[in-house]
Design a protein around this ligand. Structure first.
Ligand code: ATP
Length: 247
């Protein structure tokens, strides 16, 4: 059984048919990349899984650890152990790094515990662990989050997500807008998290960077999967890369 199993999903925003018979699986322990051009349907796929600003899934199912989670509200999905870091990297600009982490801890642990039993099995990350994995955040714990660089804010957003007990981390374009050197720092942080046993679904437009750390990859185009294979296979597949990824 796959950790995540998206099976033949058709998703709509109003009458716009966005995801077409889209299937993908994420296996426990891997880094899986979901790639594609602007507007291909990557964010919509993450939204269909996480329940955050979801499209309407009219057909197909999303299963997590074998349970049907199709159409569940975001809080309930989170309780099952799925954490999302959205493209906007939400951090509280006027609070310090440490306060941002503390608030994430409190809100994750108290929200809606009465609604559904918590079935997440992953450890939530302690603040000490965060500073070990993201040394740069440790150096800046008393700094206001709004004054962090883009890469540091991305790391803080990821660390905040991991304050919730996480089995599957969904990352939406974590490298967006970052200089190549900073992309490497964020990459290293993602690899450290993966080494600790957190499964990762990584959505990126920066295919070259994503392929570097991914075990497997999917490429989507116009809401449908057009490639599915190992990261090595995609690296060697010039036609797919040129046609759908422009690299
Ligand atoms: P990007 O990298 O630009 O975020 P993406 O692959 O994540 O691209 P999506 O954001 O999933 O693409 O968008 C897929 C399609 O759905 C696009 O054509 C987009 O215009 C459309 N779309 C996205 N959000 C909505 C919405 N709320 N209402 C209607 N159409 C939407």
């Amino acid at each position: 059984m796959s950790l995540l199993d998206v099976d033949a999903v058709d998703a709509y925003y109003g009458e716009s048919h966005i995801l077409r018979d889209l299937s993908l699986t994420v296996e426990e322990g891997e880094v899986c990349a979901l790639l594609g051009r602007n507007g291909a349907g990557k964010t919509t796929t993450l939204r269909s899984i996480s329940g955050a600003k979801p499209p309407e899934v009219r057909d197909g199912t999303v299963r997590f650890k074998g349970d049907d989670i199709t159409g569940l509200p975001a809080d309930d999905v989170a309780m099952q152990g799925i954490s999302l870091v959205p493209e906007e990297r939400r951090v509280f600009a006027n609070l310090t790094v440490e306060e941002n982490l503390r608030i994430a801890e409190v809100s994750r642990n108290t929200s809606n515990t009465w609604r559904r039993p918590r079935t997440a099995t992953g450890q939530s990350m302690s603040t000490e662990q965060v500073y070990e994995d993201f040394p740069r955040l440790g150096e800046r714990k008393t700094q206001k989050a709004g004054t962090l660089s883009g890469g540091e804010q991305q790391m803080l957003a990821i660390a905040r997500a991991l304050k919730q007990s996480t089995d599957l981390l969904l990352l939406d374009e974590p490298y967006e807008g970052l200089a190549p050197k900073i992309v490497e720092d964020v990459e290293a942080a993602i690899e450290r998290i993966s080494d600790q046993g957190v499964t990762i679904l990584l959505v990126e437009q920066n295919a070259a960077a994503a392929i570097k750390i991914a075990d497997r990859a999917y490429v989507v185009d116009q809401g449908a999967v057009v490639f599915d294979g190992s990261a090595t296979e995609l690296r060697d597949d010039d036609e797919t890369r040129e046609r759908y990824l422009g690299v």
